[in-house]
Design a protein around this ligand. Structure first.
Ligand code: NAD
Length: 490
């Protein structure tokens, strides 16, 4: 990492299915982080000088390396998170789509755009263009170690910034793979750098001389990051957790809705920020829906359909939520009390769980789901929105999909399919409340990593010059008349 000799503390990355050591990485210090940010500063100027076309070309080459060597990246993802190969491939495929979109659209979204100067200043040409911020720090989680950080990294790079990336301490190998692949196609400067370590290394990056920090992880850490970033008034994006609801209307396709609930709740062992954790079902279809979910959930098997819990400490949270739900009168139709093992958690379907239970209010981040009966969709909306989180949501309804989606207090909603918004690169992604703020993906995601630069260029002089001490009473009278005619009519 640094050219100067220094005793380096290290940490091991473990395979959560076997505890086998799959890599050893340095714990980067404050000094290491400061030096990385200094190098990034020089790299940012060079990267910006390539222009949109030059950067798009390099990003396309990077995308192509990731696509060609996808199996090797799947292997690292699978080793460090425990997720099945196919799930690793899915997140990589989506991440590739995002790199491609950001590269293709950066000029259109961020390049110079004409604005109307208005009648009074019609002698001016008004332009806005988006300049890169400089150096962006990206701090990532472990649950989707490719897709999630690249949602910030790709857009920040396409906007012309250099990036210093700290992956989760559970997935440093994935971070290294991505940064090494980038260095192959951008060998000139360290435009994308890796730093590794625990929370303290992330805190050092947050405190460093960077222009923005893009954080994805838990709401609790997000709050710490924001407090630290406040010391330098560094702007932040917080992509935090969720407690995503799925709504089933009386006219919904119940097979599709049950399939979506089961996939949304159990895939990746429920360790998905926009995973389905709560379901609200119209009373007319409740019994049929529940039996369809139960039938499908019984066929889902940990170890093949999904992996172990990546973070051992999460086992206690899942156990606590299930126990609390059962103690408060909930019933487990699948899984339940003994679902939580040493590494794996059995799929768990809970019903009759009071709304004030931990399993309904807190992010469980495990393969569990609560299903509640509602009298109508108004009650479903009210209960779904009664949450400190507001990340994603899903609606199954044939006639009222758009209406219900608009009423859900979440950053994004999928109608009649699970999690579809995450794969559509042109759509912004982000949260409300404890789920954070700011947006990645789409045009909004590009603008998040750029600052608008407004330019007004005078094209010709007019008789109506107001910004001079030589202004005459006649000009003032003329302007007064003009404004009354333009804006004064009742
Ligand atoms: P986490 O908050 O424990 O850690 C996230 C990252 O922050 C890690 O890299 C960690 O080293 C770093 N970190 C920890 N303390 C820090 C500090 N004080 N200063 C700076 N950095 C620090 O989260 P996690 O367990 O890795 O990830 C799971 C969480 O992420 C869940 O809540 C999940 O919902 C959320 N998540 C959100 C999204 C989204 O897009 N909104 C996507 C994926 C995951």
């Amino acid at each position: 990492m640094t050219s100067t000799a220094r005793a380096v503390e290290t940490f091991d990355s473990l395979n959560p299915a076997t505890d086998e050591v799959v890599g050893t990485y340095p714990v980067h210090t404050d000094q290491d982080v400061t030096e990385a940010v200094e190098r990034a500063r020089a790299a940012a100027a060079w990267w910006n000088s390539l222009g949109f076309a030059g950067r798009a070309d390099r990003l396309r080459q990077w995308k192509s390396v990731v696509a060609r060597r996808m199996e090797s990246l799947c292997q690292v993802v699978s080793e460090e998170t425990g997720k099945p190969f196919g799930d690793a491939q899915l997140e990589i495929v989506l991440a590739i789509e995002h790199i491609a979109w950001a590269a293709r659209n950066a000029r259109k979204v961020l390049g110079p755009q004409r604005r109307s100067p208005g009648l009074l200043l019609s002698n001016q040409a008004a332009t806005v263009e988006y300049h890169p911020l400089g150096v962006v720090g990206v701090i990532g989680p472990w649950n989707y170690p490719v897709f999630t950080p690249l949602g910030s990294v790709s857009y920040a790079l396409a906007a012309g910034n250099a990036v210093v990336f700290k992956p989760s301490e559970y997935t440093p190998g994935v971070g290294k793979w991505l940064v090494d692949a980038f260095a192959e196609v951008v060998p000139e400067y360290p435009v994308l750098q890796l730093i590794t370590g625990f929370g303290a290394t992330g805190a050092a990056l947050t405190r460093a001389d960077i222009d923005k920090i893009a954080f994805t992880g838990s709401a609790a850490t997000g709050k710490k990051i924001m407090a630290t970033a406040a010391e330098r008034l560094t702007p932040v994006i917080i992509e935090a957790g969720g407690k995503d609801p799925l709504l089933v209307d009386s006219d919904a396709d119940l097979d599709a809705a049950a399939e979506a609930a089961v996939w949304g709740a159990f895939s990746n062992a429920g360790q998905t920020c926009v995973g389905v954790e709560r379901v609200y079902v119209h009373q007319q279809v409740y019994d049929t829906f529940v039996s369809k979910v139960v039938q499908r959930a019984k066929q889902v098997s940990p170890g093949s359909d999904y992996g172990p819990m990546t973070m051992p400490a999460q086992l206690d949270v899942v156990r606590r939520h299930i126990a609390d739900a059962l103690a408060k009168g909930g019933r487990a139709l699948v899984g339940g009390k003994d679902a939580v093992g040493d590494r794996y958690v059995q799929p768990t379907v809970l019903v009759d769980v009071p709304e004030d239970s931990q399993a309904v209010r807190e992010e469980t981040f495990g393969p569990t789901i609560t299903i509640a009966k509602v009298a109508d969709m108004d009650e479903a909306i009210e209960k779904a929105n009664d949450s400190s989180y507001g990340l994603g949501s899903t609606v199954f309804s044939k006639r009222r999909g758009m209406e219900l989606a608009r009423r859900l207090r979440t950053g994004q909603t999928a109608i009649n399919a699970p999690l579809s918004f995450a794969g559509i690169a042109s759509l912004p992604f982000g949260g409300i409340g404890d789920s954070g703020f700011g947006r990645i993906h789409g045009p909004e995601g590009l603008r998040e990593f750029a600052r608008p630069k407004a330019i007004a260029r005078q094209r010709f002089t007019t008789p109506l010059v107001l910004t001079t001490f030589a202004r005459t009473a006649r000009t003032e009278a003329l302007v007064s008349k003009l404004i009354k005619r333009l804006h004064g009519r009742p």
